[in-house]
Design a protein around this ligand. Structure first.
Ligand SMILES: CC(C)(COP(=O)(O)OP(=O)(O)OC[C@H]1O[C@@H](n2cnc3c(N)ncnc32)[C@H](O)[C@@H]1OP(=O)(O)O)[C@@H](O)C(=O)NCCC(=O)NCCS
Length: 416
């Protein structure tokens, strides 16, 4: 890799002209870093049974979800995103100051403005990157990844940080069993770096089908329906979803989007070591495997542990897949997602980084060392929804499975 030597910008395609000019070498976008962060607090199906009319058996059978994570009161989308970002940057072996562009995919930004990407830029100690948020719902990380790839391949950037971060539990109606059981909090990130070595990100496929615009949406708070006492009384600041329509779209589109990305890479599904799909529902992932005519062991899944973390889902899954030894140098993997919009996206990647770097990065970055600057004199209301706060305030403790604890995070969380 020559990513650190600054050759990328000099070798921009088309930069050399005239007789005798050397053919400029193509620039490739390699994944050099990856990381994730999930909050310690676990919300199990049994916990949800105490909040809404549901049960563990229904949730597991229909979705595959057993538990999800809930951000603590002092955590935000930016703070979780910054931890995942620093882990990805550490794995890449570069300094936060080397990042040229920060793309943060989220549907739960800390504020309408500034962008959450700007807050993360400051928190990680970068002083030169352009920073912006990506709004493509659960497909947001894949959309951001494809944009990063384009910036690198065109010579505009040498190192791009792509983050997917979500704090969905603050936008859920804990009286609506159709949505509140599905979602959880967390963040994942990747660093893409320029290199003239072949490999890295290959074929991209992105689609948007606006006929699904109102199948998953958050009705109020935007320009069409600004926040008011009435919109809050009607619960329009919570996520709404037509589950069946969304399910239909997802099962139709995920396999075809993945397949198109694989084909654009000059490959066949069987050439892909591991598909890393958006973790919305195990039945949807099974449908993807069926659609691609592949066994389930070619699909990475962790939906049982985190539920649907929207834009964070794919980068969390990618980091876990690599850190758990499912991906080796030379393997081809395909990341694929769908979400509100309806959006869908996939990128096929030839993996070129040493997988061991991910675990070392997890251990090196302690979340308690990462700080997002708060506004001056800002006295925020308690951000935890009352139904969750009631549950979290009950005495007792929740055991976090030991194999799922990122070094540096507490292993047991007290609810007191
Ligand atoms: C949400 C989802 C799990 C619901 O599963 P489903 O099989 O479609 O279930 P239905 O909505 O048809 O509901 C079936 C029954 O279960 C009930 N039900 C719904 N949620 C329930 C819950 N949490 N617990 C128990 N029962 C529930 C329904 O009321 C319905 O009861 P009825 O037959 O008496 O009317 C499924 O539609 C889904 O996964 N959709 C995609 C969601 C998604 O991926 N969203 C994110 C996109 S990024």
């Amino acid at each position: 890799m020559d990513a650190k030597n600054g050759t990328a910008a000099k070798q921009r395609p088309g930069a050399q002209h005239g007789p005798g000019a050397q053919q400029a070498r193509k620039i490739h976008a390699h994944v050099t870093g990856w990381g994730r962060y999930v909050p310690s607090q676990v919300l199990s199906n049994a916990d949800l049974e105490r909040m809404v009319d549901t049960n563990d058996e229904w949730i597991v059978t229909r979705t595959g979800i057993r538990e999800r994570r809930v951000a603590a009161a002092d955590e935000t989308t930016a703070s979780m995103g910054a931890v995942a970002a620093l882990r990805a940057i550490h794995a890449a072996g570069i300094s936060p100051k080397d990042i040229d562009l920060i793309l943060l995919a989220t549907l739960t930004p800390d504020y309408w403005m500034p962008s959450t990407a700007a807050l993360v830029k400051e928190a990680i100690g970068n002083d030169k990157a352009a920073a912006m948020d990506v709004a493509a719902a659960c497909s947001g990380f894949v959309y951001g990844f494809a944009t990063a790839q384009a910036w690198i391949e065109s010579g505009l950037a040498k190192h791009v940080l792509v983050i997917g971060a979500e704090l969905l539990t603050r936008f859920l109606d804990y009286t609506d069993r159709g949505t509140c059981i599905l979602f959880g909090d967390g963040a994942g990130a990747a660093v893409l770096s320029a290199s003239t070595e072949p490999g890295g990100a290959l074929g991209i496929e992105l689609t948007t089908e606006p006929q699904g615009a109102y199948m998953i949406w958050l009705p109020a708070g935007g320009a069409k329906s600004p926040p008011s006492a009435e919109t809050i009384a009607r619960g329009e600041h919570y996520i709404r979803m037509e589950g069946k329509e969304t399910y239909r779209f997802a099962t139709k589109t995920l396999a075809s989007t993945a397949l198109e990305s694989v084909r654009k890479s000059g490959l066949q599904p069987d050439d892909i070591r591991l598909f890393i799909p958006h973790q919305a529902n195990i039945r949807i992932i099974e449908a993807v495997a069926k659609g691609l005519d592949l066994p389930m062991d070619r699909m990475f899944t962790n939906v049982d542990k985190y539920g649907n973390t929207s834009a964070a889902s794919v980068p969390i899954a990618m980091a876990e897949a690599v850190n758990e030894g499912h991906v080796e140098v030379g393997d081809r993997i395909t990341i694929v997602a769908f979400g509100a919009g309806f959006t869908s996206g996939a990128v096929t990647i030839e993996w070129t980084a040493d997988p061991a770097r991910g675990q070392a990065a997890d251990a090196a970055i302690d979340p308690s060392d990462v700080h997002v600057r708060l506004p001056v004199d800002w006295d925020s209301v308690d951000p935890i929804p009352p139904a969750l706060a009631e549950l979290m305030n009950r005495p007792g403790s929740v055991d976090v499975p030991l194999d799922d604890v990122v070094p540096g995070e507490p292993q047991t969380v007290s609810r007191v």
